[in-house]
Design a protein around this ligand. Structure first.
Ligand code: ZN
Length: 341
């Protein structure tokens, strides 16, 4: 089987050399302890995704029939059936219009984070515009919840080599957790040389725990296996195998993500380029079933509780700390990460 997804990565799983030098942590009774992984949801509507930016203007969002409440409730139900806690990164625009949805997510016991207000790519914004958007979305959520919101995920993982300045702003605005840096090649996002596991970023304004979307290292290439379009495209057995390899070979947790519109095969279709339609509409009708299989297979929790802080099976490696030098455009593990896009 060969998988050639949107990022141009081609991998043949049967022939791929997977590093399996380490074994899972084994409890004293001989059973394998299961790593607690993170299940996350980016709460946005089908017409708000970055891929349709050129087709649906933000000023037109109000005119489209919203399906985000119904679709998010499908996920809430699924998570309840599997007694799983998750983190929901909610778009400020959605929270503003559907505050009861935010209250429902909260009442179900999930963690709530911020997914910006307008779903604009971070590297397209000035630092001031980014700060304004962060504040707007955070304040809407905080007003609904009556407590602080400290977790953030950028639209389309758009904290890249061009926008690492955003990390300092997040810390300055009181955020302590981020999941916006995808260590892969992609035309819209990614920093392929970035750290692959949860770590602490020391910014000038404070510490951020960074939890990068999951990748499996195969023959020197980071294969994205964290969710979204990749999860819809891959057979679920393949996703489960790859995610399991991360737990087994590294003893590290992985972070998984899904969008409410990915469980909605009935959503209105936009006329877009073939690649965009392929990315957005592939296998929408099987997402729910595949998610159920994943929820059965792995142990999941909210993002912040899955970070190794003594709550994981023995052997989970301690968090690495990476210092962001003031003014440096290269804060991550490889100073020569290429520009993406
Ligand atoms: Zn998004």
């Amino acid at each position: 089987m060969t998988i050639d997804m949107e990022m141009g990565v081609t991998v043949s799983p049967e022939s791929a050399a997977i590093d399996s030098s380490e074994s899972p942590s084994v409890a004293t009774d001989g059973t394998a302890k299961r790593v607690l992984n993170a299940f996350t949801v980016d709460v946005e509507d089908y017409f708000q995704v970055s891929a349709f930016e050129g087709i649906v203007k933000r000023s037109q969002w109000e005119t489209h029939h919203s399906r985000v409440v119904t679709n998010t409730h499908k996920l809430l139900k699924l998570l309840e059936q599997h007694q799983t806690r998750a983190t929901f990164f909610v778009l400020g625009w959605v929270a503003d219009r559907y505050p009861q949805l935010v209250r429902d997510i909260d009442a179900a016991g999930h963690e709530i984070g911020c997914h910006s207000y307008w779903h604009r790519l971070v590297y397209d914004l000035t630092p001031d515009a980014f700060r304004d958007d962060v504040r707007l979305s955070r304040d809407v959520l905080q007003q609904i919840l009556g407590r602080s919101v400290t977790a953030y995920r950028a639209p389309s993982f758009s904290i890249t080599q061009r926008s690492t300045w955003a990390l300092d702003i997040l810390a300055d605005e009181g955020f302590t957790f981020d999941s916006s840096i995808y260590p892969i090649y992609h035309d819209r996002y990614g920093m392929p040389q970035a750290e692959r596991f949860p770590h602490v970023l020391e910014t000038q304004s404070g510490s951020l725990t960074e939890f990068p979307p999951a990748v499996l290292r195969l023959t020197g290439v980071n294969l994205p296996v964290s969710g979204g379009g990749y999860f819809r495209l891959y057979p679920v057995q393949f996703s489960a195998f790859c995610l399991g390899q991360i737990n087994r070979t590294t003893r590290q947790p992985f972070i998984f993500y899904v969008h409410p519109w990915e469980l909605d095969p009935e959503q209105p279709r936009f006329q877009a380029k073939y690649l965009t339609r392929f990315r957005h509409y592939t296998n929408l009708n099987t997402t729910e079933r595949k998610l159920a299989a994943l929820l059965k297979r792995f142990q999941f929790g909210a993002a912040e509780e899955a970070v190794c802080r003594g709550n994981q099976p023995d052997g989970c490696p301690p968090l690495k700390t990476i210092r962001l030098d003031p003014g440096s455009p290269k804060p991550l593990s490889d100073a020569h990460a290429p520009h993406i896009r």
